[in-house]
Write a protein that binds this ligand. Structure first.
Ligand SMILES: NC(=O)c1ccc[n+]([C@@H]2O[C@H](COP(=O)([O-])OP(=O)(O)OC[C@H]3O[C@@H](n4cnc5c(N)ncnc54)[C@H](OP(=O)(O)O)[C@@H]3O)[C@@H](O)[C@H]2O)c1
Length: 500
């Protein structure tokens, strides 16, 4: 007989407060909690956005295909979710008095997932959301009478200024209080000017504020059942609830979509560096299990006892950037997008000169030709502007694609070992369960379907189109090689003529 799930037992009839539930990871978290546990009510903090109120936003959230399985299994699942209007950048999360009281008396488990994940966010806003938001979640947690666990979602890169990252807090030369008092005196533009000096040695405001949030958590969570969960680079689902699902073009996924569409041909990256990518569903399985671990731990709740889970792939199931790109190209050739402008083929280089030359040949030169043709035919030139954006993004990502970190993940491995067979099947958080070759086939198919919105009926047309691009690419290579040979030959003849 199958063992009883300890994780399910922990969540049964419990109320959960989630921030960031409308985001990439938050959606998978909500879906998984509703489908795989018997939580009572999920209270989801939502802000008004683009003229939509919180109820419309949460309703729209459930239209996503990831909720299809749940809709079938339990058509009334929406009754278990309540939207709470709030904003992490506002003091006290911008909650109404009645919502605060409701959360204080009802909540057992908190997942603080919300953050601005923009690497180049203005420091004042990044601080308000990522640091003050964490402060306010902690302050609320202190008043929750029935709190069993609070998991703060950080990032494996919060300590990216170090080469080796253990599952522990680190001391910083700058405190979150100092940063707050500096930022208080500055407006957004002034903050922009001094940001590089303030955040040094961190490369961007995102990881910097995530590090400060960890530091705040360490100083202010005595007596609370807190845990910190640090994922690596989170990408599409592996299997759960559907294969290859994603809803955004951040980071590594943006690179892959750029490659699939034939726009991105060269990347500044060290091909031998390990990419710490993790699928969002296994990551969420880890997140859910980590709350169980924290909530069932018998220990004094001191900063030294706060468990930190580095959720990364490098220690157990490493994959280099070269393998990442190769697997995408292999599957990209099989599942091309119908809107591609060229074949899927990407060169990785960490040599700045080679990068610059290839960027000019593969990106800028064709863009000039395209824009020229657009102007001549009375259309709007767009290519150079688009490449400007692509290159800005590539510059931001370069820091992470040429550096190697050594992450330790003993707590995450320990968490996996603590799960019984039933829980391992329900919450397969171990990176050992991921088969990259299979993963990337679904990843590419998912990008094609969910992000590029290519229906399956276009696959054959896309493959034919891709074959034409391949032949054209070979022809251009031959012409290019021939031209270079002729030019070299003519130069040699001229030199020989001059010498003799
Ligand atoms: N994705 C990754 O690769 C990755 C890697 C490591 C760690 N993480 C961490 O994982 C968490 C979730 O990331 P994600 O990839 O799911 O990001 P995401 O898709 O951008 O989602 C961010 C979530 O935070 C919410 N949020 C942002 N600002 C807010 C505010 N002022 N008030 C209330 N809610 C706010 C967003 O709400 P709206 O819908 O209203 O914008 C959204 O629900 C973050 O803490 C991030 O640092 C992510």
């Amino acid at each position: 007989m199958a063992e009883v799930s300890k994780v399910q037992e922990f969540y049964k009839d419990r109320n959960v407060f989630i921030t960031g539930g409308t985001g990439f990871m938050g959606k998978i978290l909500i879906e998984k909690l509703l489908r795989s546990t018997e939580v009572s009510t999920l209270y989801v903090l939502v802000r008004e956005k683009k003229g939509k109120n919180v109820h419309t936003r949460i309703d729209e959230l459930f239209d996503d295909v990831i909720f299809d399985a749940l809709r079938k299994e339990c058509p009334k699942f929406k009754h278990r979710v309540e939207a709470i209007s709030g904003d992490c950048s506002v003091t006290g999360l911008g909650l109404s008095i009645s919502d605060r009281q409701k959360l204080f008396s009802n909540i057992h488990i908190v997942f603080h997932v919300a953050a601005t994940v923009r690497f180049d966010e203005n420091l004042k806003l990044a601080y308000a959301i990522n640091v003050n938001g964490t402060r306010d979640v902690l302050e609320m947690a202190r008043q929750m009478k029935n709190l069993k666990a609070l998991i703060h979602v950080s990032t494996a890169y919060s300590n990216c200024h170090l080469k080796e990252v253990h599952e522990k807090f680190y001391d910083y030369n700058i405190s979150y209080e100092d940063v707050a008092s500096v930022l208080e005196k500055l407006n957004k533009n002034e903050a922009e000017m001094v940001t590089p000096r303030i955040i040094n040695p961190w490369p961007n405001t995102y990881v910097f504020t995530k590090a400060l949030a960890e530091s705040l958590l360490r100083n202010n969570s005595s007596g609370l059942p807190v845990g910190v969960f640090r994922p690596g680079i989170v990408v599409s689902t592996y299997k759960d609830p559907v294969e290859g699902w994603t809803d955004n073009l951040y980071g590594a996924t943006g690179v892959c979509v750029g490659a699939m569409s034939g726009l991105l041909r060269v990347c500044f990256s060290d091909k031998d560096v390990v990419a710490d990518i993790v699928p969002v569903d296994t990551c969420v399985a880890g997140l859910i299990a980590s709350a169980w671990d924290v909530g069932t731990k018998e220990c004094e709740r001191t900063p030294e006892n706060i468990p930190i889970y580095n959720y990364v792939s490098s220690p157990e199931n490493p994959i280099t950037w070269n393998e990442y790109v190769d697997l995408n190209v292999i599957h990209g050739l099989n599942y091309p997008t119908v809107n591609s402008v060229w074949i899927t083929s990407v060169t990785l280089t960490k040599n700045p000169v080679i990068y610059w030359i290839l960027k000019f040949l593969y990106h800028i030169l064709p863009a000039i030709v395209f824009d020229g043709a657009a102007v001549l035919t009375g259309n709007k030139p767009r290519a150079l502007r688009m490449y400007k954006r692509i290159h800005r993004l590539s510059n931001i990502l370069a820091y992470f694609s040429v550096r190697q970190w050594r992450f330790h993940n003993d707590n995450t491995v320990g968490l996996w070992k603590k799960l019984n067979e039933t829980d391992r099947a329900l919450f397969p958080l171990s990176m050992m369960t991921v088969h990259w070759m299979l993963y990337f086939r679904e990843y590419v198919k998912g990008l094609r379907f969910y992000l590029l919105k290519d229906p399956d009926s276009t696959l054959e047309i896309a493959r034919r189109r891709n074959k034409r691009f391949t032949r054209l690419n070979q022809l251009l290579r031959i012409i290019f090689t021939f031209t270079i040979c002729v030019a070299v030959y003519l130069m040699c003849v001229r030199v020989l003529n001059v010498v003799f």
